[in-house]
Design a protein around this ligand. Structure first.
Ligand code: C2E
Ligand code: CA
Ligand code: CA
Ligand code: CA
Length: 279
């Protein structure tokens, strides 16, 4: 029994230390990355499907790591969230996206909305509205061209606070989208009360929409629900022509996905916009 105890200890202890070390290391390099300005933004077009035209762009955080190259937020977002580092990182994303959108407008492109993801931690900041107001002022970007994406679970966390904050943001002219819709556990009666403009159907449901009747039923229901609530619908993760045709046949408003464009770095998206709109 004594031996076994020791073995158990040895079995568990190193792996626990290892994962703690990994977390600490990651937190440390996130902090360093923030100081060294290693965070950057890639941009993915949103397409209006009746007209096949680019009408919006989602800003997606990237970590341009000096050794590891470009890293997706999937690898670090939860630690950034837990440590609170997502607050300064997210503010940076918002600032870059507003500045970039203003630059595109100044270069003569037709004005369009830029969508920025807000993490739960950011949304809970008491000074969020002020932070956003300051960034808009500082960059000269009109609130009308900013969209904020929040997740369903966040919105449902403290409904009264969420409603109050969203009302303030919308009064400024900002558009509000619920991201990853269908994956959280929201109550539909709350959804009706939320002052929002757009529902984004999660990629998970789109993936098999033309193969899985269950997903088809869910996608159809979300589109009808959104339209009945006078909301626009965006389908994310559209990768095939079949998915696109299906969504078009169901009157989905906008799509986003690899079928049209992957998220692109600043130079790539700027060239794409210039080639598309300034022929
Ligand atoms: P999301 O907000 O749901 O963003 C959509 C994700 O799907 C992006 O992953 C995008 O690159 C990917 N995607 C787009 N089209 C397709 C497609 O056709 N197929 C597939 N397989 N994937 C597609 P990404 O950029 O790696 O971001 C992952 C998640 O990280 C985002 O999911 C979002 O939750 C979070 N995130 C990204 N940027 C930010 C940010 O600035 N702040 C915060 N708080 N979270 C962010
Ligand atoms: Ca999003
Ligand atoms: Ca999403
Ligand atoms: Ca998602």
């Amino acid at each position: 029994a004594k031996n076994q105890g020791r073995n158990n200890y040895q079995f568990f202890a190193p792996s626990m230390n290892e994962s703690n070390m990994h977390r600490l290391e990651l937190e440390h390099s996130l902090r360093r990355g923030l100081e060294k300005n290693e965070f950057t933004v890639h941009y993915q077009p949103q397409i209006d499907i009746p007209n096949n035209s680019i009408v919006g762009i989602e800003a997606l955080l990237r970590w341009d790591h000096p050794q590891k190259g470009i890293i997706s937020p999937a690898y670090f977002i939860s630690i950034a969230e837990e440590t609170g580092l997502i607050v300064p990182i997210g503010e940076q994303v918002l600032r870059y996206a507003c500045l970039q959108n203003k630059e595109w407008q100044l270069s003569g492109l037709p004005p369009m909305r830029v969508a920025v993801n807000l993490s739960p931690r950011q949304f809970q900041q008491q000074n969020l509205v002020q932070v956003i107001t300051d960034i808009l002022q500082e960059t000269g970007m009109e609130p009308h061209y900013l969209e904020l994406e929040i997740t369903e679970s966040l919105a449902m966390h403290d409904v009264e606070f969420t409603i109050k904050t969203l009302n303030e943001l919308r009064k400024m002219g900002i558009t509000i989208a619920i991201d990853d819709f269908g994956t959280g556990y929201s109550s539909l009666s709350y959804l009706k009360r939320l002052p929002i403009d757009i529902l984004k159907i999660d990629r998970y449901f789109i993936r098999d929409v033309t193969k899985d009747p269950g997903n088809e039923a869910i996608v159809d229901a979300i589109i009808l629900l959104a339209h009945n609530l006078k909301l626009q619908v965006i389908a994310e993760g559209v990768e095939t022509e079949e998915q696109l045709n299906y969504l078009r046949s169901k009157n989905c408003d906008l799509v986003q996905g690899y079928y049209f464009y992957k998220p692109l770095p600043v130079v790539g998206i700027t060239n794409l916009l210039l080639n598309t709109f300034k022929k």
